[in-house]
Design a protein around this ligand. Structure first.
Ligand SMILES: O=P(O)(O)OC[C@H]1O[C@H](OP(=O)(O)OP(=O)(O)O)[C@H](O)[C@@H]1O
Ligand code: HPA
Length: 188
């Protein structure tokens, strides 16, 4: 799927596929360097982080393993409620493991703030965050991000894992939706 398949759904592209790929290589190099000699468990947050997890994992040379958590905070709208439920927990015991949480986006920060507290309580050897997109102007809590892809404006975005009502996750770039699609949080 690319930009021309989107018809008039997109308003503008914020981060291109080339920029995404270059950033992935950069982050993978840093992570390889930092975790040299240590086994790292990548914890992906479903479903949005599927794309970044798959691409980042393949760009890494470190001997990683992967696990997934699904949490719910958004429902079907576009605002975080801050009330987080675990929909799918990790399969792995993370006590004494080096954990790198891989997230697609930090918006208000409420989801990750809750998740980090939850994971920290399980006694990992280390706990760090890789977030591919972040909206600094939307932050309600401060999240320590060791590996950051892009800071983006405080607008609702789709693509590269990010959805609107479950659509657009498979765009290889990130963009904003046109007004007629995105109308105050309800599918048009
Ligand atoms: O910083 P916050 O304001 O808490 O928002 C960030 C969270 O929202 C999105 O997940 P969502 O609940 O939409 O689920 P999804 O990944 O399945 O799309 C995104 O993937 C993050 O997990
Ligand atoms: O801007 C966004 N787009 C899609 N999903 C999201 N989850 C938090 N913020 C966003």
């Amino acid at each position: 799927m690319d930009e021309k398949d989107m018809g008039t759904d997109l308003a503008r592209v914020l981060v291109t596929e080339d920029e995404i790929n270059a950033k992935l290589r950069e982050l993978a190099e840093q992570i390889d360097r930092d975790y040299e000699g240590r086994d790292v468990l990548l914890v992906g947050v479903l479903k949005g982080a599927v794309m970044v997890m798959a691409d980042l994992a393949r760009a890494l040379h470190s001997p990683i393993t992967m696990d997934w958590m699904a949490v719910s905070s958004y429902g079907s709208g576009t605002k975080s409620s801050g009330v987080v439920r675990i929909l799918k927990d990790l399969d792995t015991d993370i006590a004494d493991r080096h954990i790198l949480v891989v997230e697609d986006i930090i918006d208000s920060g409420l989801t990750l703030s809750w998740m980090l507290a939850n994971l920290a309580s399980r006694g990992p050897a280390s706990l760090e965050v890789c977030a591919f997109f972040r909206k600094p102007e939307a932050a309600k809590v401060d999240i320590p991000v060791k590996y950051l892809g892009f800071d983006i404006p405080n607008e609702f975005v789709v693509g590269y894992g990010l959805d609107y009502a479950e659509r657009y996750r498979n765009l290889p770039f990130v963009g904003t939706l046109a007004e007629h699609v995105y109308s105050g949080g309800k599918p048009a």
